[in-house]
Design a protein around this ligand. Sequence first.
Ligand code: NAI
Ligand code: MG
Length: 354
Amino acid sequence: RRYKIAVIPGDGIGPETIGASLEILQALQETLGSFQIEYTHLDWSSDRYFAQGKYLPDDWMTVLKPHDAIFFGAVGHPKVPDHISLWELLLPIRQRFQQYANLRPTRIMRGVDSPLKNISPESLDWMLVRENTEGEYAGQGGRTHIGQPWEVGTELAIFTRQGIERIFRFAYQIAESRSKKHLTFVTKSNAQRSGMVLWDEVAWQIAAEFPHVKTEKMLVDAMTVRMVHKPESLDTIVATNLHADILSDLAAAIAGSIGIAPASSIDPTRQYPSTFESVHGSAPDIAGRGIANPIATMWAGVEMLRWLGEEVAADAWMKAIEDVCAEGVLTPDLGGKEDTRGVTDAIRAKVIKN
Ligand code: NAI
Ligand code: MG
C-alpha cells in the first residue's frame, strides 16, 4: 500500500525528533516491504515566519488535504510570542480540519522510572481523550481599553452540544474497546456554571448509550490528586481542551518524561487528514544539542501507522521502542546518558532485526 504523508518538522527539537522518526519509517518500509510512503516536506516554521511573515501559506488547506496523515514536530520560538506561533500554525489545522479528538496514551515503559513510588508498568495504562477544537481554546474573546488602567481582556470558553456529543461518543467507543471499560470525565462544573454544566449533562446522556462502560465524574482539581495517588484506578479519561492540556503534561511526568508522550489529533470522520505529533513543544532550551528524546514523536509515528491500518509495522516499531527503554538506552530526560542518535540507532537496529 502507498500513503501520502505531509511532514512539518517545525521549530527547535521538532526537526530533530521528526528526522529520527523518518529514519525508522524508512527502515520499516525496507524491512517489511508491505507499504510505501510518499512524503511532502513542508518548511512551515518560525524561520519561514521570519523570512516571509507567515507560518502557513494561504492555500495550506489545499496543500494538506490530499494527504493520508500529517506528521508534525513542534512549533514555538523564543523570539515569537507563543500565542502567535500556536495560532498561526497548529491551531488552525486542528480546528479547520475538525481534528476534534486528541488522543494521549500514557503508559510506564519497563526500564523507565516514574517519580511516583510503588508504581509498576502494569498499574498505569491511561488513554486521555482531549476535546481539541473548542472549549477554552475556541479563540473567542478580546481586549478593550488597551493600555488603560481599566483595560479588560476576555477569554471565552465555547461549549456546543454537538461538540460535546461527538467527543464523548468517540471517547466511549475507545473506553468500550479497552478491557477495563471505565471512563472518567473531568469537569469544573462547581465553579463554572454554564458551559461546564452543559458538558456534564451531555456526558451523562452519552453515558446512557454505553451501558457497559462504567462512568465517573471528577472535578479537575481533585483529578490531579487522584492521578498521583491512585493512578491504577483510572483508564479512559475525557477532558476539555484546557484541562486535558494540563493533565496530559502531568500524565507525561508521572510516566517518566514529557519526552515520551505522543498525541494524535484525529478527525474520526476521516474527511480530513489527522495530525500525529508529540505532547511536548520545541524545547528551545535543549534544541541543537542532539539530546532530545525522540520517543514522543516516534510513538506518534506508531499511532500514525495504526491510523493508516499498518498494524504490523506499528507493533514492530512500538516493540523496538519498549525493548530499547527496557535495556536502559535512555536520553538524559529519563536519567540516561544516550543522545538522540544513540537511541535512534538502537531502535533502528531492533526494527531491522525483529
Ligand atoms: P516544551 O515541551 O518544549 O519543554 C518543556 C521542558 O521539557 C523543557 O525543559 C524541555 O527541554 C523538556 N523537553 C521537552 N521535550 C523533550 C524531549 N523530547 N526530550 C527531552 N526533553 C524534552 O515546553 P515549553 O518549554 O513550555 O515550550 C517551548 C515552546 O514550545 C514554546 O514556544 C511553546 O509555545 C511551544 N509548544 C509547542 C507545542 C507544540 O508544538 N505542540 C506544545 C507545547 C509547547
Ligand atoms: Mg500542552
